[in-house]
Write a protein that binds this ligand. Structure first.
Ligand code: ADP
Length: 479
């Protein structure tokens, strides 16, 4: 009770599917069209045959009336003679009556009505002075009747009545009707068959895509939709596969990030644990103990900086947009230089800058500050003692360009393409000693991109490294 077996479920899904509704609508429309076509062809055919019959009978009646009106007197023998003198006017029945409706001539042998009063409705109308034509198709034959008054000087002298009983034409109409009907049934069966085939094939393809969507929902990103052809479903399948690939990639990046981040967090934590255990377990003099505690403090600072950078990256990954404002980039560069001057002084490094006027950008101020800060801090950190750092801010077309050049260790060519990846460090020991975790440049990259800018790296002409950052120039009158 209430449990639907798999084939039943498939059937009920198919019955409720939109493609079945389309197929049914299509079948109904073609059925109606074919039905109307049947009615139209048979009625047109019948009308054409009736008209041909009418024309031929009327012509014959016309000839007869002309011949009969030439007689002086409408007597039975004269009428017969006049009619027999006309060639090829054969009909099933020919009757000529006088003005009172009494038959003067009747071509029938059996049931001949000569001398009798005939009250066929067509005859009565003709004797009132009007031409009449009437035709029916029944019992496998077409029966057509024409009656025409014999008029001389505005006076009705009598009437001619012709009747044609035709089975050949009726057979033709029947045959045509049957053929059109057969063709229609064959066509409709074809339409039903093709519609059902198409809708089941369509259903099967949709089910494949659905299956892949479910697999992806379960976390299997490697599953791909396999569809052949060139229709919209194939496009949909291809887009779905691309989406799955992108998700797989970002899932991979996420996992890598989490594992790298935990590794980076573990290292200072392990040092802190080791140092504190040493203090607790070993007898040591006050100055060594102070040294160990100092080390614990530095590791804690490193942890603090690391978690701050991780938080920054998470913020950059989220879609939350900070408010942008118009900022003079030169002011930000000056602020950063002021902040980092003590660090540079410690190692005898000089910082020179050339800052052009009017380098305004529309950006998030903290982002711009962070970009300049990270690049300048690196230029100091990875410099040699007594080296120099140059900051140049210029306008170039529609961009504001900042270059940060140093006289430091430089970056090997093969490392340059990875330099903006998260947790990437050229020389791990050196970088860790300088307090880095390989996140600073990826923050620079993400912040530049988020603010419609770019960042690139190259080797300096006389050694060292040059970082170039661009941001779109904000010009007030351009708005
Ligand atoms: P970190 O926090 O380790 O400094 P970054 O992302 O800022 O991380 O830098 C990644 C790596 O790139 C560094 O570990 C360092 O090896 C190298 N690097 C960055 N800037 C420079 C530079 N100006 N000169 C030489 N090497 C650099």
């Amino acid at each position: 009770m209430g449990i639907i077996s798999k084939p039943d479920r498939k059937l009920s899904l198919f019955l409720r599917s939109s493609q079945l509704r389309f197929a049914i609508a299509y079948i109904l429309i073609t059925a109606v069209v074919l039905f109307l076509l049947n009615i139209y062809t048979s009625s047109t055919m019948r009308r054409m045959i009736f008209r041909a019959q009418q024309q031929s009978l009327e012509e014959k009646a016309q000839l007869m009336t002309t011949a009969l009106l030439q007689l002086e007197d409408l007597s039975s023998p004269d009428t017969e003679l006049a009619i027999n003198s006309l060639d090829d006017l054969r009909t099933t029945r020919t009757v000529v009556t006088d003005a009172s409706g009494v038959a003067l001539y009747d071509s029938l042998e059996i049931g001949n009505a000569e001398g009798k009063l005939l009250l066929f409705p067509e005859l009565v109308t003709a004797l009132e002075g009007q031409d009449v034509f009437y035709s029916t198709n029944a019992d496998g034959a077409i029966e057509s009747r024409v009656a025409m008054p014999l008029m001389r000087g505005g006076q009705v002298l009598g009437a001619v009545y012709l009747m044609q009983y035709d089975t050949d034409q009726a057979e033709l109409i029947d045959a045509l009707q049957t053929n059109v009907l057969r063709i229609s049934i064959a066509l409709e069966s074809g339409v039903i068959l093709i519609s059902l085939l198409f809708s089941t094939a369509f259903s099967r393809r949709i089910r494949r895509i659905l299956h892949s969507v479910r697999m992806m929902r379960e976390g299997d990103y490697s599953h791909k939709v396999q569809l052949r052809g060139h229709d919209e479903l194939v496009h949909l399948g291809r887009e779905f596969n691309n989406l799955a690939e992108r998700l797989e990639e970002s899932e991979q990046i996420r996992r890598q990030f989490v594992s790298d981040a935990s590794h980076e967090l573990k290292t200072p934590l392990a040092s802190i644990k080791l140092l504190s255990d040493s203090i607790l377990q070993n007898e040591m003099d006050a100055s060594t103990e102070r040294e160990f505690i100092g080390d614990i403090g530095r590791e804690a600072d490193r942890l603090g900086r690391l978690s701050q950078k991780l938080l920054t990256l998470t913020r950059l990954d989220s879609a939350v947009e900070d408010e942008r404002e118009i900022i003079d980039a030169a002011a930000t560069v000056r602020k950063v230089t002021r902040m980092l001057m003590p660090l540079a002084d410690l190692r005898g490094i000089t910082i020179d800058s050339t800052l052009a006027d009017g380098c305004t950008v529309m950006t998030v101020e903290d982002d711009l500050y962070q970009v300049v800060f990270n690049l300048t801090e690196n230029a100091i950190k990875y410099n040699r003692d007594g080296g120099s750092v140059r900051l140049d801010l210029t306008k170039d077309g529609e961009d504001v360009v900042l270059t940060v050049a140093d006289t430091g260790v430089g970056i090997p060519q093969e490392a340059m393409e990875h330099i903006f990846e998260r947790f990437y460090r050229v020389d791990k020991a050196r970088s860790r000693a300088a307090g880095g975790a390989g996140l600073g440049l990826s923050i620079v990259h993400d912040m530049a991109v988020r603010n419609f800018g770019t960042v690139s790296v190259s080797a300096g002409l006389e050694g060292g490294t040059v970082f170039t950052v661009t941001f779109p120039l904000y010009e007030e009158d351009a708005e």
